[in-house]
Design a protein. Sequence first.
Length: 379
Amino acid sequence: MKRFSLAVLAAFGLMVQGVEAGTTTAALPRMMRPLAMGGAYVGLSDDENAMFYNPAGLAFSDQKWSFNITPLMIDTSQKTVEFASWLGTNASRLGSDFTQWKSTDLDKFSSANIRLGYNGNVTLLLPPTAFGFPFAAGAYGVVKNSFKLSTIGLIPEVIIDSNVDVVIPVALAQQLSLPALDTFFDEVLGGGKLGVGVTAKFIQRFSFNERRSALELSSLDSMTNKITDAIKNPKSGIGFDAGLMYYMKSLGLSFGLAFQDIATTIGGDSVPMSMDFGMAFRGGDFSFGPFNEWVFVFDIDSINDGNVTFFNKIHMGVETNLVGFLKLRGGITQGYPGFGTAFNFVLFRLDYFTHAVELGRFPGSLEDRQHTFALSIRL
């Protein structure tokens, strides 16, 4: 076990040294619980979500084992919901002849920026008794689609963007038990334990982009060919995440440091590394009326990214349990509040949450509110 701890620590150090900036976006499956807690999860990471936030958290997970299937996770934007409502009300008036539309109708379409996403995943989490160290693996599919009407020219154009990421992560973690470290932790840092973890990610990305005028929509042959080419020629890649966590169980406090996308490439393009810090407090037996099992989290993400203002890096959240089968979650992401709830029914779980992110450089400049619903089967 001591040799394994040293090997994991050495691998962690080597990967962090191999960081290079890149030119493509990250493949980041983000699931319901972390997002509903404001996206703050680096300091907690006590379930399968640790694979993409901080794999070191697996070293302290209380779960014996879990097998989770999420066949349905749908997300969309508030603007898309509002546009769908408007379109349903005005569909009979609009008809199919766009030459009869009013200027206000075109403005409504051009500002809609319709977005619809779908996620599905299968995850497995095993305790240390299986291999001698905590182990997690999964398969994730993340689909993002957007449709926008451009009215800049004389003839309206439809802009379609579709991106599909298939990610297979494998993560392992270990509590480090070295005499020198144990003495230091006991005498200086309050008797906590240090955990280290790594995640290897295998990625395939399918991308499709199309821009065509409204007059060309009746001919879909070239669009079909582009979709076929995208499916036949995906961009493949591999990447790594690594993390550290210091956990003081007697106080319920944990501190995490994570490095996302170390030496990660997709289709030959590298992904910029992100360094994130987080802390969490587990309330244990603390209760407030019918609410119990409180968890408080706080993150600062993208510490190394100078293009993001500090306020936009702040995430915080809370989770509490109500009447056994119902969990309530809330958080603040980049200054915007969010709320989520989870209903647990033996083998099934229903989740909903809404949150907003800042698309502009400064807080409050360009809010993008999103809604997500998920159905999961958990064993």
